[in-house]
Design a protein. Structure first.
Length: 308
């Protein structure tokens, strides 16, 4: 059985339900990807590597992970910290804005739980996924330990997967981000950048320019996402362009990229071709953006994917 680890943060999500009520749920880029992967590929063991607290919201979050059949053996409980939280609003076009409370988030301390025995266990996996958000939220003084852990996993044969997923407010400067991304790309076997993420950082404006920029890193598999437009992939020396049919009924764009990532990686772990994996992933993303919130109702999502 194949397995994949999603390293990073899950947060408490608050969303306006009506004028005087909030709906509370859980979301975060790596958690969203893990959920959508598992819903489509139940045979893939899907683990979340994160830190939560020992409070009631943390207990609810852990229960939610388990309800989605995610492996929780690498969900660590911090004695003093709690989960981060955010409030989300969407406009009439489905575009979102966020207000965050994450200064005391337990996930910032997750690297401290990567002991030699934990890394030994993780080294038996097939894929290890982290994002630009995963990198940004961990403590600055933990990053060197994180990179040593990534090198150990890579040396053990675990495929390293990186999605830049750039969020400027989480970084001290563009220079700091680029320095960390340079290390991430140099260690990656698979990367899933969006054009928009790299435009701000590198003044790159097209999928072709992204592929060209990444050439020196010798990454085996590159999947470049360009919103509702085409996806370009590079597997070894083979370059392909994949046409994506855009969705017209956009309700909420939250986690579209996360759904794409999770389903793409699940399809690849299940032995699907790059082309098939892109089409499945695009269908997942298109389904998710027609529902409010980061996590679409399971029955709606699974029915749409079954029809695909």
């Amino acid at each position: 059985m194949k397995n994949i680890y999603f390293f990073g943060e899950c947060m408490v999500e608050l969303r306006a339900k009506n004028d005087d009520m909030l709906h509370q749920s859980f979301a975060g880029d790596i958690y969203n990807s893990a959920v959508y992967l598992k819903r489509c590929f139940n045979e893939v063991t899907t683990s979340v590597v994160t830190a939560i607290g020992k409070d009631s919201l943390s207990a609810q979050m852990l229960a939610r992970f388990e309800s989605e059949q995610l492996d929780t053996q690498y969900v660590f409980a911090h004695d003093e910290k709690v989960p981060g939280m955010y409030y989300i609003e969407t406009d009439e076009h489905g575009e979102r804005s966020f207000t965050y409370w994450r200064s005391d988030a337990a996930a910032k301390k997750v690297v401290s739980f990567l002991t030699p025995s934990v890394l030994d266990s993780l080294s038996k996996g097939d894929m290890f996924f982290f994002s630009g958000i995963s990198l940004a939220i961990i403590d600055n003084d933990s990053r060197e330990q994180f990179w040593q852990a990534i090198k150990q996993l890579k040396d053990a044969g675990v495929k390293i997967v990186f999605d830049p997923n750039y969020r400027a407010r989480l970084w001290q400067s563009v220079e700091q981000t680029k320095a960390q991304y340079d290390i991430a790309f140099s260690l990656s076997d698979v990367t899933l950048p969006g054009v928009e993420d790299l435009t701000t950082l590198y003044d790159i404006h097209s999928v072709e320019a992204v592929v060209e920029y990444l050439k020196p890193y010798n990454i085996q598999e590159i999947i470049v996402k360009n919103g509702p437009e085409s996806v370009i992939t590079k597997e070894g020396e083979e370059l392909q362009s994949h046409t994506i049919i855009p969705v017209t009924n956009v309700v909420d764009t939250t986690s579209a990229g996360d759904a794409f990532n999770g389903v793409y990686l699940g399809a690849r772990l299940a032995g699907r071709s790059v082309s098939d994996a892109v089409q499945m992933a695009a269908k997942a993303a298109g389904t998710v953006i027609q529902q409010p919130g980061a996590i679409a109702p399971k029955d709606v999502f699974c029915q749409a994917m079954a029809n695909a």
